[in-house]
Ligand binder design. Sequence first.
Ligand SMILES: NC(=O)c1ccc[n+]([C@@H]2O[C@H](COP(=O)([O-])OP(=O)(O)OC[C@H]3O[C@@H](n4cnc5c(N)ncnc54)[C@H](OP(=O)(O)O)[C@@H]3O)[C@@H](O)[C@H]2O)c1
Length: 327
Amino acid sequence: MRVLVTGGTGFTGSHLVRRLLKRGDAVRVLDNQPGLFAEELKALGAELTLGSITDAALLRRLVDGCEIVHHLAASFRQVNRPQSEYWEVNVEGTRRLCQAALASGVRRLVYCSTQGVHGNVDHPPGDEDTPIEPEDYYQYTKYQGEVVVNEFIEKGLEATTLRPMAIFGPGDPARFLMIYRRVAKGRFVMAGPGTAFYHPLYIDNLVDAFELAENAPAAVGRAYLIGDAEYVTIKDLVQRISQALGVKVRIVHVPFWPVYAVSGLCEVVFKPLPWEPPLFRRRADWFRQNRAFKIDRARAELGYEPRVGLDEGLRLTGEWYRQNGYI
Ligand SMILES: NC(=O)c1ccc[n+]([C@@H]2O[C@H](COP(=O)([O-])OP(=O)(O)OC[C@H]3O[C@@H](n4cnc5c(N)ncnc54)[C@H](OP(=O)(O)O)[C@@H]3O)[C@@H](O)[C@H]2O)c1
């Protein structure tokens, strides 16, 4: 089977590409940069194209002959980018990809959205019927990507949306690495009480969900929250990471709102500069927002069942960081 993975050299995409290659698929990868894994994926047999999800002619060429498209490319990690860039990549890029997929007769497109479309969950755990209330422009554009996908379903495209929780695992260069680094140093500064709920998702569990979404008959036109079997408070998460690493951590609490105010200020100060601000509101919100969901719909309709438990996932992730010199 020929499959296209957009965002395929990124953290999540590279894991998915490895799984598909192992399954025996012919895998095309589109990404705008080689990232950490391009050479490895090429050596494993992936056909890599560097280019943008906004390039309609390129998309037509890449989807040609593909049975499945997994769409993960997104403006995501970079903060302080103009809103127009988020819109162009996350919404218009999705539109051009759906257009190309519909025209070439792709059997199923799987769109990777985010739990973030629900924003803060007032009464956790939420589910897919929890109101759509994105809290920042990134999340807003990811939801608008869902709207676009649904428009194309009306036109005959078979597509499914996944809304992953907080993805972690070997190769994650960002959020979890920051937590691991602080825990490894033995001191973790917690803005606020650390009681907000957080729902992790080990990467292999998510890759299972992508595979299941390719075929499940009930999944067309449906959105699925995908997470691990358990969610935790962020204080608990820090402690579980300290256990996974076998190090003691001291959690030092500071008030949340001053941190949030400084984050907003950092965004303003760094706006004209080429560097990412050390603090920004999306990062500060990590300490405050409840993100915890039921995964019952994915279990019932996709047959999804998280195979890797939280402690095992945290241990494997810590091992990878140590082996690769990150901590
Ligand atoms: N990580 C999480 O916790 C999480 C949670 C929920 C949902 N998601 C979603 O999961 C997907 C994968 O996320 P990830 O964590 O694996 O992030 P990632 O490592 O940043 O992967 C996304 C890839 O897409 C690429 N990309 C960005 N703009 C592009 C463009 N115009 N054309 C082609 N490729 C482009 C990125 O390149 P650059 O690095 O150059 O931007 C990156 O290689 C995204 O759709 C994200 O919204 C992530």
